[in-house]
Design a protein around this ligand. Structure first.
Ligand SMILES: [Zn+2]
Length: 262
């Protein structure tokens, strides 16, 4: 049987949300540290995206990804992961690099120099869904070129902003030379990840350590709740538009709706 693994998706690591838009996707560094030490204590395999995509992993392996290019990639995640020897991939928007709260090019160069992977998250985090073809291609191709120019290394992974764009974005990404495309649909990876959009589990603050363990162990109830929550989110986005839905969702999650727990 082919091995199964999961890709985890993080955003900012901080004790307080720096930006209300980030809401419950901001994890306290102490929680992230506890999650990583839990993996290390159990000898769980933490692999690069390339290894996962190539099927070179043991069952139960975990890959770590960080979206949005937050400054905590360099100030919190990198320093915590380095001594553990855990690889990770950081997905950045070139137009936001160096602005307040985001990592700088120097910080990204340092992370890349330490062996961490850097990928594209689109030029400026514009969602890909309704873009005309020329703009979609600009977002995907120019972000790759700019990160490659700035870091002096090849970029071959794209994380879809807000999980948007679907197969149309995936095709453009393949055409301009990406080897891996990651989405936000929750799911388990089986064997070599293949050419499709890689599923990921988004970690939220409310998951705590228990929800994290459920994600890593691919517990059926956790997976089901994530899939349902994702479907509700997608439907909400279509119904209310992304911004209005974001506000609604935050109010809902703040009231302790079950979706924030696992
Ligand atoms: Zn994002």
């Amino acid at each position: 049987m082919s091995p199964r693994g999961v890709v985890l998706m993080y955003h900012r690591l901080s004790d307080g949300p720096a930006d209300p838009e980030e809401g419950d996707y901001v994890l306290p560094p102490s929680l992230f540290e506890a999650q990583m030490h839990w993996l290390a204590a159990r000898g769980r395999q933490v692999v690069s995206l390339a290894a996962l995509a190539g099927g070179r992993y043991e069952g139960g392996a975990v890959a770590l990804t960080f979206d949005d290019g937050c400054d905590s990639d360099a100030t919190v995640a990198g320093p915590l992961l380095r001594p553990l020897g855990f690889p990770a991939a950081f997905f950045v928007n070139p137009a936001r690099v160096g602005v307040e709260g985001r990592a700088s090019w120097d910080q990204l160069r340092a992370l890349a120099g330490e062996g961490f992977a850097i990928g594209s998250h689109g030029l400026d985090h514009t969602l890909f869904d309704d873009l005309v073809p020329s703009e979609l291609e600009r977002q995907i191709a120019e972000s790759k070129r700019e990160i490659e120019d700035r870091l002096g290394r090849k970029i071959d992974a794209l994380s879809l902003p807000g999980g948007s764009g679907g197969e149309r974005a995936q095709r453009v990404a393949r055409d301009v030379g990406y080897r891996l495309v990651l989405g936000s649909r929750p799911g388990v990876v089986r064997g070599p990840a293949g050419p499709g959009i890689l599923p990921r589990f988004a970690l939220r603050r409310g998951h705590g350590l228990a929800g994290f363990q459920a994600a890593v162990d691919r517990r059926p109830l956790f997976v089901l709740r994530q899939v349902l929550w994702y479907r509700v989110s997608q439907a909400g986005r279509q119904l209310f538009g992304t911004r209005a839905y974001g506000r609604l969702r935050r109010r809902w999650v703040d009231r302790g709706a079950p979706a924030g727990r696992a």
